[in-house]
Design a protein around this ligand. Structure first.
Ligand code: ZN
Length: 194
């Protein structure tokens, strides 16, 4: 049972954590929670996750229409809607632009996940080809991977999206993905085996 007020407070909390961990910069990144009645709470467009007030968070119906027409949800809303569509179990989505995930995304495949942290907690990760941000094309591409059971999707030259039943778990997946990509990057430039 997730109330509107409690979910808003959790979203604001995890947005600050994402900022503090440098998983987002500027006004990048967006977060959503699906409520029991099917409505979504999503972060607003053009606002830094650094200092997000609970009232800034936008409540939209299952089709993405804001309950308060004065508010503008994130431009990446199609990605959230498409992911929830294919994953009945998903209650939360976190989309970020973590540096090392974005760097490694240019390789054209997922970074190696040979460390204990990556193997035991992160789990399978999918890679998707570049599509323009905010488009239905991008949303569709990511949804295909979510529908295959991947909870973490790396998006070429863009970022990472995670789905989970709690914001805590979506945050941990994002944080671990960035750490695995960082380790892969330094291993590669140090010429260590992967
Ligand atoms: Zn993005």
């Amino acid at each position: 049972m997730q109330s509107d007020a409690r979910a808003r407070s959790e979203i604001a909390h995890y947005c600050r954590l994402l900022w503090d961990r440098r998983l987002v910069t500027g006004t990048s990144g967006n977060v959503s929670v699906r409520l029991d009645d099917g409505d979504l709470l999503v972060t607003p467009s053009g606002v830094s996750l650094r200092e997000l007030y609970e009232n800034d968070i936008v409540r939209v119906d299952a089709h993405g229409t804001p309950r308060n027409p004065q508010q503008r949800p994130t431009s990446e809303l199609p990605l959230h809607l498409a992911a929830y569509d294919v994953r009945a179990d998903a209650r939360c989505i976190i989309h970020t632009h973590p540096t090392f995930c974005v760097v490694w995304s240019k390789v054209g495949s997922v970074f190696p996940r040979d460390t204990v942290g990556a193997r035991e907690t992160l789990g399978p990760v999918a890679w998707t080809a570049y599509r323009d941000p905010g488009t239905h094309d991008l949303a569709r591409l990511c949804a295909v991977e979510f529908s295959r059971g991947f909870d973490t999707v790396v998006m070429e030259r863009h970022g990472v999206s995670t789905v989970a039943t709690t914001l805590e778990h979506a945050f941990v997946l994002t944080d671990l993905a960035e750490e695995a990509a960082r380790i892969a990057y330094f291993s590669r430039i140090a010429n260590l085996t992967e």
